[in-house]
Every structure is written in structure tokens, then in C-alpha cells.
Design a protein around this ligand. Sequence first.
Ligand SMILES: [Zn+2]
Length: 1012
Amino acid sequence: MMKSSKIAIWTLFACVMVTGVLKAQSGNQILDGIGETGMVARYIFNGNAKDWSRNNLHGRIYGPNAKFEDDEKFDKVLSLPSDDKTFVSLPGEAVEGEESLSITTWVNFRSDQVGQTLFDFGKDYRNHFFVVPFGTKKKEGFQAQVIQNGKEKYTALSTDFKIEVNQWVHLAVVLDIPSKTMSIFINGKQVGKVDHMEMELGDLFTHENLMYIGRSITSNNPFLYAKIHDFRLYRIPLSEQQIGRILNTGEEVVKREKPEDELPQFESNQPQLYNSYLTGVSNVQGETTVGYLPRLPRFVKGTYKSGVQGPEVRVLWPSPTDNAEVKQPGIYEVIGKVAGTDFQPKAIITVKNDQTEVTPHQTLEAFSLEEVSLDFDALGKQTKFIENRDKFINTLAQTNPDSFLYMFRNAFGQPQPEGATPLGVWDSQETKLRGHATGHYLTAITQAYASTGHDKKLQANFAKKMDYMVNTLYELSQLSGHPKQADGPYVSNPTEVPPGVGREGYDSDLSESGIRTDYWNWGEGFISAYPPDQFIMLEGGAKYGTQKTQIWAPYYTLHKILAGLMDIYEVTGNQKALDIAKGMGNWVHARLSQLPTDTLIGMWNTYIAGEFGGMNEAMARLYRITNEHRYLEVAQLFDNIKVFFGDAEHSQGLAKNVDTFRGLHANQHIPQIMGALEIYRDSEIPEYFLVADNFWYKAKNDYMYSIGGVAGARNPTNAECFIRQPATLYENGFSAGGQNETCATYNMLKLTRNLFMFDQRAELMDYYERGLYNHILASVAEDSPANTYHVPLRPGSIKRFGNADMTGFTCCNGTALESSTKLQNSIYFESYDHKALYVNLFVPSTLQWKERNITVEQKTVFPKENHTQLIIKGKGKFDLNVRVPHWATKGFSVKINGEEEKVSAQPGSYLTLSRNWKNGDTIDIQMPFPFHLDPVMDQQNIASLFYGPILLVAQEPEARNDWRKVTLDAGDLGKTIQGNSEKLEFTIDGVVFKPFYETYGRHSVYLDVTLK
Ligand SMILES: [Zn+2]
């Protein structure tokens, strides 16, 4: 196929749109380079008080005399009169649980009278925070004040700069809690600042707050005579540059080279941690095939002085953006770097002309959830696994399915059953992602059903929910493309769906009054919580946003729904569930199969709008279930050609080991990679396997934080993105808005276990263990199933949990439903031929290996002890493969029936115990935990402390903006650490360290470590 010039346009799909040609449209918050996860709400005030962000925090205007006026600069703006009745109120939950707060707005004051209130936010009249643009009677000048316990606590005052009246000014206030500062800005220039503020936002805000624009909380007196435009709330402390960019919205968006929000800096030529004892680094040799970049080892052997037994040395290799250097056979050299040193290890690569690609077949399969149960630990105590599972399952049992069906019925114009209430957040009436939580819900209730064999009453509850959900969705899907009444009009062909009745074109209006419900025109098989327009608009180039002409990831939502339906089919055999999935699969096939490849490439590379979750995975799975080839065709229509193969000729891309995902949105792309692996499973086309395998190796080695998360870029400035360049986590990562979007780790774990089914490399399950214990288990609140979006790892951070009652879901709240209802799904795997069993994780549990009529019990207190015991019930010959973790460097010993086995167990491998097993055979495994450090690859002194598999984090008394300094013994880290390994509680210099999954207050996951 010819490479068309159109493709070049789609190379702009990085997280931040950064070319000079793009103009940031008013209302298009993506283009301001700050990243929308930093945004809480945005009110343009061009005709209403709607929140233009995706968070649905709509405001309300009070008073008879507010009006929207035409304006030369901003077209239409809100005008507040000089009366004492008119003001704007914002939802009180907007600022709940935030770490920091920034507020920006355009204002045109009509009067400079003292006492006017621009805004006033707080939990009551004794604790609040406000801006008085012309001062108070006591104190003149533009100022922001924090009132605590009824007293003026902090005031940021501008004495030199005065605000002019009758002209537009841009005002900003930044409450930066970690830095303990409050700053005020006029027209992008800082004009006042308070230092050494000792407060938390929790001192001012709770779950219900008073949030006024143009009204004072204390006097309850509305008084602001001004025009107002584009009022924004951010949860991050904005920098002066960022405020400048917001101020210049409408101007060209300028490409930025450097992250502007700096972390503490260190000398780049200062060797840190083990590198300061380094005396030499080995060179390496390797081979590759023409066209394929070699996979260079990230760690190589080093030699150390002063008797220090250092680890393998992290080498930073260049990461080319194409495969030019391997286009010809021959030998070439790659020069690497070692952070903080002058060492330049070499890799000598031989490029061979051999074209055969050998990729593995799938040889393993997982056990179903009902075959593995989570048990109490060997001391009879509840584990973190059971605790988290039960929080979710018990709350799920109380949910009302009608809430999850609400927007589906709404889309099809059907009445709601009595008592039905809609979900909030991303499933509310006007949110274009509505229905996404329903997909996760279908999967979660299925998994809960499969995991509650021990409690028949609970299981019946979930069975009822599944049936009800499927029956309702089935009825709705049968309406699509069929006449409302006999002889009525209808359109059954999905490619001929017309615009809504009486409309010129397609739109994404989902408002009560604006939503189209003419399901008879939607084509056969259509199912969604909104009409088909968003799918059709994407084909026409629609972008992401909250306006009627914009969309939000229609195929992402669809993927969740189809995956949930297939889960139900596979666990219960519910044919209707499969029929819905097939009907919609046909609808998608009909539409996508007629589109030119260029259009598809464009769609799948459109930021967020073209995010399709794992549609390729779902369609490949539907093919496997039905054996209908059309579904495999659809799966491949979702190929992200640019990322997977570089271009339409497949000349490079991930399949050739080129890193094509740097700077991209993490969770948009990880499920696509999983889809590539699913297509490989069905088609055995090798390049799909290479896409998945190369991606995983790079993501894990070049993008991963110590908890297992891979997203969180500071550059590009979007916490949901991969860093701009691989292996530069310190330089470009640690975004201020948080890192480690939890759903991205959910997807990484899914990809990891699926890869392991093909290739039994221990490093895969080592990663799985890391992400499971240190991110997924750590992402749930202490006393409810509330859970995290980002998990911030800057110094003194705190986790924020949401959705305790399961009534309003973000993406991460959705995947959390799934994660915590399948915690047992990767402890054991078996080979296809049932001749081998894999023990991947050391979790108290029981496996019913039905194929072999064998039960395996795992009894342990792991990780609160370093021993586990497997008891075989039943008999037979099989290979028992036990993971020897990468961290098990202090030995790994095995006793069978009390007798020591002679084994040579290498850390980071699987140990095979081959035997004709007898009933009652007992295997005891001992694996002493070492303390070890996990440094950031490009800044080695910034490191996380692990004890065996468990991340230990410093418990911080308050917010901070510098890394906690720790000095440890270079020869034996444990010498400097006191504590109790049975409780996993330790101290270093009096500071308490606990597992991250038991940390709910402020924490430091990364430390500034010196070795002595
Ligand atoms: Zn998410």
C-alpha cells in the first residue's frame, strides 16, 4: 500500500500536541500542555455555568440580573451586576481530598470598590479561602487570604501591582501544599507570595463545601461587579510558565523542551549509590536480524572496589526512533552510559541476514477462578488479598443493577424502573463515556460469582444480577435497527445510520432534551449507553472534548461492555450474552471494513477520541469463541499500524523493536498491545507476538516505577503518559499530578500473565508479583473499596481513594472492580497437556486441579514469613515448576516430605520438581528475604527499599518537597535497618517503614540513599 501524505498528519499523536500549527481552541483543555488530569473543573461562562472538563462539576448561577454579554475579546462572557443578589455557586465536592489547588480566571472589573469578592471557597465561615481583588477595609490591594478557625492565618498581598478596571486581567492563585506556599499572579506575573505555610487543604475543605464566585462566605453578601470568563480549578500547583500558557490560550502552543516543574537536582557527573564503588563495566555482544533492533541487556556485570558486592550495573543505551542502523548485515557498535559516571560500556552487534522469526506457541493456560480459592494464612488470619476481595464483593452485592443499566435505557428512550438512579462521574447523563462502568461491572459480577463458591447465597445474588443485566441489554439490542411499530420506518444496515430525526448531521448531545432515541435507525445489533453518533463522528475526524461536535472514546467504552458480556458467556454459558456481543461485533465489522486504511490509522491515533481499549483483544476473543472469521478481521482493523509496524509497509515499529510509544498515553496503548498478543494467539502471525514482547520488555525496563506502574510523565506534561524518552524517569517522569495510573498497571498485569502463557520467563511473573503486591493491593482504601486513580510517588505524597459506594466511576475505579475480584487468577497455571503445574505466587490458597483430580494447598504467612508449604492431595506424575524470585539472592531451599532436596535454584528462574507425586506429599520452600534497593535508572541515589518482594515506604509526618535522605551500609543494607519481619515494620534512624499496601498516610516511596 502507498504511504499517503495523510499519514504524516497523524504523527502528532503524542500526549501533548506540540506543533506550531495547532491553535488551542477555547474549551480545549488538552492543548494547554498541562494535562487534563491536573484539571478539576473549567467554566467558560459563554452562555451557561457548565463544567467543560470531563468531571461534570457544573455550576449554578443565582440572582435575577446575571446575564451573558457579547464581548470583543471572548465573544460571550458572564456579566455580574452591582446588585447584592447575583453570584455563582460551584459543587462543594470539587475540591474534596485534593493535595494542592490552583485557580485561574479572566476578569474585567467594572468597579474598584473595596470589599468585592472574586471567589470564596471553604467548609464554613471559620475555615475558608478567598480572593478580594481590591482589598478589604483593613488592608488594601489584591490579596488572597486563608482563614482558619475564624482567624486570618495567611495573606498573599500585592502591594506594587494594582488591578485596572474596565479591562480584562488574568488572575491566578496557587496553594502549593508540599512547598508550603501561596502565590498570587496578575497577567501571568507573580505579584505576591506567602512562605512557610503550615497547613493541609483538609483544614479548609471537607466533602461538602461552600464554593462561591462573587459572594463572601462570611458576610453572605454577593458583591462583585465584573465580567468573568474561563474560570478554572486545578489540583496541581501551577508554575508561572503554566499560568502563562493558560493566559495565552488562543495563541500558538509552543513546543517545550524541558520539564518546567523541577525535582531536586543532582550533579550529572556525580556517581551515586553502588556506582560510586564501580571500577569497571563489562561490554556485551549480541546478534540480531536485518531490520530488527537488538534487545540490549539493561543490566550488565560490573566490578566494585572496597569489597562492595554491588548489583549488576544499569546501562542506559541509546534508543533509536527507527531501524536504520540494522538495515544491512554486518557488525556495529552501540555505546551506552552509566548514570553519574564516565563508563561507556559497548555492545557489539552482529546483524545477520536470517529472516526466519521464531515465536513461541501458547503452552500454558490459567485455571478458572472457581478452581482457585484464597485462604486465610497459616496462622488462621485474614490476608490482604481476602480483605480487599471482600471489600469489593460485599459492596458489589449491594449494588443495584438498574443504576448500571440506567443510561442504556435512557439511550433507547425506555422508561426507568422504579427507584432506579443513574451513576455519577463518567456515567452521568451528559458524559460521553457513559456505559463504561457497566462493562467493568459485568466482568466484576461474573468474577465475584466465580469466586464465591464458598457462599451459595452470595453466589446466587451475583447469578441473579448477571441474568438481569444480560436480559435487559439483550432486549435493548434487539430494538436496534427494527421498526418501532409494525410498518414503521427503520434502518437495519449499520453503514446507513442517518443523523437523528430532524438533524443536519451527527452530534454527541446526550442531554435529557437533546439525546436522540430513534433506535430503529441505528442498524441491527447496536448496543451502547448512547446513540451511534460518536462512532460515526470518529470516522469523520471528531476530536476529544465535551462539546456536541466532540466525542470521548466510543470504542473504549464498547470494549468494556463486550468483554463483560463474553466473561458472562464463558463462565455461565449465557447464550444471550454471546448474541449481544456477536450483534455488536457485526455492527462494528460492517462500519470499519468499509473504511480506507488511512482513515483507520487516523482514527486510532487520535488522542483519547480514538482510544479503543482492547477492542482488538475482544474481537480476537469473539473469533475464538465463535470461529467466525469476520471477527478476526475486525480485530486486525484495530491494528495501531503506526505503533505496531511503523507504517503501512510494516517497515519498523514495535514489531522491529523500535520504541514507538515514548510520550504516548499509557492506558490508551497497553490494551492495544494485549490485543496484538490475542491476534497472535489466533493467527500465529509472528509480528504480533513481537509487538507484545518488545513492548513489555521496554515498558518494564525503561518506564517502570518501583511499584510497577509505567505512566506519569512530567515531559510531556501529562501524568497519564509515558515519558518522552525511554529510561529517563528522573529527567522526564514523576509528574506533579501523580503517576502510576492504576488502570494502566491493571492492564500491564494482564499483558504480563498472557505473555507468560507463551514464554515462561520468570521475569514476567517477577513483575507480576511486584505490581500485584505493591500497586494493586496498595490501591484500595483502609476501610472501604474506595480506590486510587494515580498513585503519587513524589516525596511525602498521599494516596487518594474514590468511589467507596460504587456510584461514580473513573477508568481506574472501573478496573479496580475487576482487579479485586480476580486476585487468585495468576497463582497457578498449568500446561495445555496437563503434565506441568506452575506455582507463580506465594499466596495462601487452594487449587482444585480438576483435570488431574489433584488438590494443591498452599499454606503460608508470606510475605510475613519467608517460607511456604505446598501439600499435594491426590497422586500422579507431573512437573511442579516453582518460581525462584529474582530477589531470592540469599538462597532458595526445598524440602520434600521433610528431606532436603538437592536443587540449584537461580534467582529469576523456575525450578522444576519432577516426580510421581503421592497423596500427602509436602513441599517446604524457604527463601530468605534480603533488603535490596531499586534505583531510578537515570538517578541512582533516588531509590526504593524492598524487603524480598515487598516495597517498604517511609511513613511521613507531613507534606514535603525534598527526598527523604537515608544512609545505609554498603556491604549489608540490613545492618542499618531495625525491625520486625513478622510485622514487616522497620525503622531507619527512627523513621518507620511499612509495606506500601499497608500505608494510608503520607509516604516516601523513593528515598535519597547514600551508601557507606
Ligand atoms: Zn485510569
